[in-house]
Ligand binder design. Sequence first.
Ligand code: SF4
Ligand code: SF4
Length: 379
Amino acid sequence: MKQNRNLISRRSFMKTSAAAFTAGGLLPGMDADKHGSDPNPGDIRNYHPDMVYRKLGNTGLYVSVISLGGIGLIRQVASYALDRGVNLIHMSTSYNHGKAIRELKEALKGKRQRVYIALKDTFDRIEDVLNILGTDSIDILMFNRHSEEKVSDPKIRDMFENLKNQGKVRFAGLTSHDQVKACVARAVRDGFYHVLQPVLNQPALEAMDLDLRDAMDKGMGVMAMKSMKGMEDREMQVAYLKKLLKHPAVTTVNKAFPDFESLDLYIRSVREVLTGAEDFSLYQYAQRNRARNCMMCGECEKVCPQGLGISTILRSKTYYHDQLGDRETALSAMAEASFSRAQLEGCRGCARCERVCPNGIRITEMLADALEFQDGSCA
Ligand code: SF4
Ligand code: SF4
């Protein structure tokens, strides 16, 4: 029955949370050695005693468990993050129409050697990026791919090897905003990427638990992104941060921070243990919000006769605009989905998308809301 599919199975919850109920113990499979925790501070870039660092898979890099997301990056917050021990920043030249990378440039003046940079796309203009950031190389080149076939595209290897041989990049990563679980599973099978950056909000973490463990076994590092998507409550965010960091495969939680306080709140929590009560609250929260929380699995798009980029449209409105209050990013992400007026008008509410959505999301209603927002903003 559809209603049952929309719920996290209680058995599954009890299984994955059993250790949390025993005095906040570690989840099964979790141990310090898997993350290479507690290395010599001298081996860590930008070490700060308040921060926790983990080895990013087989890259050998020790990265902070809180890393900085690039969308909406503000130079003062980035600079403060460096002072608090953050040593990994994810960036794209497209974020905020190029403003974010210019902010990063200011924040990194004289400090490039304190951080690792993960750069999304922009392969043909990598020289420009190196010049902007005043650096000779990028640490992780993130390929932004949203289908299994594209994840395995042989051109990616060629492009990466070429840039690596020139000394401009060191490691390859994969980031996915659509068909996320399928893309991660393919990447794990291929074994090419050093780092995976999947959407890991609550429903996605549950759905991808085994894929992530497989990635860990293959020596891939995991940067969780959009992990707080659909989670507006600050207490729940802190609890979920702890839950993510308990997962044996998650290396770092990558997040944009709008101010010092929110960054401080996250950093304060990195050494705290998830309690049984918090884990149970997370379970209840997930049940209440499941039908509003898209995990970007892409199942709806496979059956949409109009070929609409449904998850991107929903993400733009509900996450960037409603949750983060970032109207500009919401509109630019919707523009990236590049759907035409004809496609929209072709959507007559056939509801095929809703019938396959594992989260029971009222897609047609949310799409109408998102498109009304776009029309109003563009008018
Ligand atoms: S209701 Fe619209 S978005 Fe959903 S499958 Fe039908 S045409 Fe696509
Ligand atoms: S709306 Fe549902 S089916 Fe579509 S990507 Fe989101 S969770 Fe998956």
